[in-house]
Every structure is written in C-alpha cells, then in structure tokens.
Design a protein around this ligand. Structure first.
Ligand code: GDP
Ligand code: IMO
Ligand code: MG
Length: 428
C-alpha cells in the first residue's frame, strides 16, 4: 500500500525513465501524472531501446499495468502511434494501459498556437517542444478544454468545440492571418480515434486507490522536472504543468496518505533543452566532451541539449521543495570523460555571494557559479555494481553530492542499460 513518486530535480532528461524502469520491477502500476508527449523517457533493455513519450515506462515490463492520469494532456494521434509502435515491437499495450477520462486532449489548434506564439516571441521564445502543451493546459484552466471522455459523446464534443473555437478562430484569423477551424473537421478528426481510445478510458484515480487499498504498489512517473514547473520553475521558461510532488497527487488522483517515497533524480551534471537561465552552462570543449559522452540530444525533439556542471544549489532547493526521501544519481559514467569535475556550490550575484537558490528571476540571470573542484577518475565505471567498486575519486564525488543534498541514494546509474546501476536502497 505504497506509492512512490519519481521526479526530476533539474530541467528534465535526468534519466527518470531509466530509474522508473528499475523501480518498476517491484511495482504493480506505473502512472504518468503530468505533461504530455513533450516528455521523452528512455528505457534500455539489452539491445532494445524504448523512447516513451506518453505511455509510462512501466509498459516495458509485461506484468505492470500503466495509467495516464487526469493531469496529463493527451494527443490522441500521438498516443495511437506510440501504442501501435510499441505493439509492433511485441509488447502488449492496450490490455495494460488505461487513460483517465478527465485528462484533457491536445487538439490541432493547440499545436498551431504553440508554434505561432513561439515565432511571435522571437528571441524571447521559450523553446517549447511544439507539441501544443501550453495551449492545451490554458484551455483546461480556462474551462474551454476538450476531455478524453468527450470522445464518446459527439453532441457534447461539438458543443464544446464550438465554444472553444469562438475565440480561437478570431485569434487565428485576426492575429495570425490563418484560416479558421471548422467544428465538423475537428470532430471528424477526433472521432477517428474513438474506437482506439474507448476501451482504455477509465477513472484511473479510483483504479489506483483500489490497488493501493489491496496492498499493491504504485509508481508515479514524473514528466519534465522541478525547474520546469509552472509555479516553481524558471518562469516563463517552464512547461505548463506541475511536475513537482504536489502535481503527482493532483494529476493521479491518489491522496498523500499513500505516498511513502519521493525519489528525486539528478544527473551527475546538468542539462537543459530550450531557452531560459542555466547558471552552470558551459560553452567550451568540456561541454562538447560531456554532450558526446552522454549523447545529450533531446529524446522528444532531437535538439542538442545545453550542458553544464552540476548545479547543487538548484538541486538542493528542488530536493527540499519536493521533500525527497531518496536520491537517484544518473549518468555518473559520463564524467569519466573529463579530467576534473566541478560542482557549483553557490552563486555570485551582482558581486555578492549567495548560497541558496534565488527566488528572483533577474538574480538567476545574473548568477555566476562558484565551483568546488573535485578530482576526476580514470577508467570505465559501467561495470561497477557496488559503491566500493567505484574509483576512490568517483566515490568521493558521490559522497559529496549525497551529503550536500541530504537524502540517501537509492540508485547510482553508471550506464544506460538496465543492469548498469548500483542499487542501494528499496524505494518502492
Ligand atoms: P528522462 O526524460 O528523465 O527519462 O531522460 P531521457 O531518457 O530523456 O534522457 C536520459 C538519457 O540518458 C537517455 O538516453 C538514457 O538512455 C541515458 N541514460 C540514463 N542513465 C544513464 C547512465 O547512467 N549513463 C549513461 N551513459 N546514460 C544514461
Ligand atoms: P522529460 O520528461 C526536457 C522543456 C522544453 C521547453 C519547456 C516548455 O523528457 O524530462 P513545452 O513543450 O513543455 O511547453 O516546453 O520545457 N521541456 C523539456 N525539457 N525534458 C522534458 O521532458 C521536457 N518537456 C518540456 O524544451 O524548454
Ligand atoms: Mg527526456
């Protein structure tokens, strides 16, 4: 009767999919609670690599049931393609995947608005994944959204589309000089997915709570990450949902009483895709070395990720915000490629030292990292399975990070493969 949340402590791509896959070996259910197909979670099983956008990582394990919670925004076309692609690779998906009827749908006009807005912002753009995420959440909050359950009631669907398009079409025609959308076209497009979606639609919150009451284990898989959170992240360079622990409760429909573990995932360094402040970003050869060693190219969009040293004040703040019970440290093996390792331990902001994480965005833009230099280590560590197997310098790095963040490590990932990990504590 426990729920575990797995969430990112930085700007995404921390290896949440990989950590979820490891923890899912002890879970009955894996559920996504926020975001949509802006996420890209990688799971490696032997020679097979799965890149999951909307479907929870647990689907890779045949004995796990997966849910897409009410807090997720669902593009039915993308979901259909992803499910079909996974089934084509031999996984059973439709009989193990449930989609909450309260989740909102991403419609074609959301994607069009996302790209128009980004173009209009020019240099001030957010660098979104262009998947319509922001506009879909806007409609949800504005109460103009179309929900998954609306797919099975054509009358209501058309009435809702009509209401949504009144303002939307005025924007498309008058602001962006585009053709208006027709209710009938959109309804026909959506209804093409009715047969595919209908068997999966359910009340996933009630389903998970029943499982929890029956002493089953639920893993809540975060998309995006803390510094991309709409409330807590580097606004406006954020996503439009709450990937943080509160979002896991709201977006999955389970209550706090079941929540036992919160696993915060951080890389041994920092990456960011998209625009916005990143105090430890590197622009030199080291960035290139880390990017190539870590294959730091976006899973969802293929964009080269910005790379920098581990930003401890940011990660510590994110760990505290989410009340993490455990830490998972990933991509440690990538730092074998550099001679010396820097860790940001504070910032200098307008000539003054600042040890916390600044609330004011201007301060974050002005923050210059203060580094502690640690010795690097030689050799391949992907074969290490216990902490004592690590070279002394790598162990010291791990101990330093663990002590600074103040949460025990449950896992140190030393490679992308399922078995390339040092597993230290049970967190599910
Ligand atoms: P997520 O969005 O948080 O699930 O992370 P992504 O899947 O977008 O990005 C993480 C990338 O790092 C993927 O390509 C993983 O296969 C890879 N990865 C995860 N853990 C490790 C690790 O410990 N070492 C290495 N070298 N790669 C890893
Ligand atoms: P996972 O789950 C990294 C970033 C985008 C952009 C900002 C807003 O794989 O960690 P959006 O399309 O959400 O409106 O874009 O958020 N972003 C991610 N960056 N990993 C992700 O997901 C991301 N999802 C969104 O690059 O900066
Ligand atoms: Mg990712």
């Amino acid at each position: 009767m426990t729920a575990t949340v797995v969430l990112g402590l930085a700007w995404g791509d921390e290896g949440k999919g990989r950590v979820c896959d490891a923890l899912a070996s002890d879970a009955d259910y894996v559920s996504r609670y926020s975001g949509g197909n802006n996420a890209g979670h990688t799971v490696r099983v032997g020679s097979e690599e799965f890149k999951l956008n909307l479907v929870p990582s647990g689907i890779v394990r045949e004995d796990v049931v997966c849910t897409i919670g009410n807090g997720v925004v669902v593009n039915p076309e993308a979901l259909c393609e992803e499910v079909q692609a996974l089934e084509a690779r031999g996984l059973s998906v439709r009989d193990r995947l449930k989609v909450d009827g309260r989740a909102h749908l991403i419609m074609p006009y959301h994607i069009a608005l996302d790209s128009h807005r980004e173009l209009a912002l020019g240099d001030a753009r957010i660098g979104t994944t262009n998947r319509g995420i922001g506009p879909a959440y806007e409609d949800k909050v504005a109460r103009y959204g179309i929900r998954v359950q609306d797919i099975s009631d054509e009358g209501i669907l058309k009435a809702k589309l009509k209401a949504a398009l009144r303002e939307k079409n005025a924007i498309f025609e008058n602001v962006y000089g585009e053709k208006p959308y027709e209710v009938s076209d959109l309804a026909s497009w959506l209804l093409e997915y009715e047969d595919f979606m209908a068997p999966m639609i359910s009340d996933t919150g009630t389903f998970l709570r029943e499982g929890l009451e029956n002493r089953e284990k639920v893993l809540l898989e975060g998309g995006q990450a803390t510094l991309l959170d709409n409330d807590h992240g580097t606004y406006p360079f954020v996503t439009s949902s709450n990937p943080t622990v509160g979002g896991a409760i709201v977006g999955s429909g389970i209550s706090t009483q079941y929540l036992e573990y919160v696993v915060g995932v951080t890389k041994a360094y920092t990456t960011r895709v998209g625009d916005g402040p990143m105090p430890t970003e590197l622009f030199d050869e080291t960035a290139e070395t880390i990017r190539e060693a870590g294959h730091e190219y976006g899973t969802a969009t293929g964009r080269a990720r910005r790379v920098g040293w581990l930003d401890l004040p940011a990660v510590k703040w994110a760990a505290s915000l989410n009340g993490i019970t455990h830490l998972a440290l990933t991509l440690l093996d990538v730092l074998s490629a550099v001679e010396k390792v820097n860790v940001c331990v504070g910032y200098e902001i307008d000539g003054k030292r600042f040890d916390g994480y600044p609330m004011h965005q201007t301060d974050l833009h002005h923050a210059r990292p203060i580094y502690k230099e640690l010795p690097g280590w030689d050799g391949d560590i992907t074969g290490c399975r216990m902490r004592v197997d690590l070279p002394r310098e790598a162990r010291e790095f791990v101990e330093f990070v663990e002590a600074e963040i103040g949460a025990p490590l449950c896992m140190i990932s030393v490679g992308p493969e399922r078995e390339q990990a040092i597993v230290e504590r049970i967190a599910v």
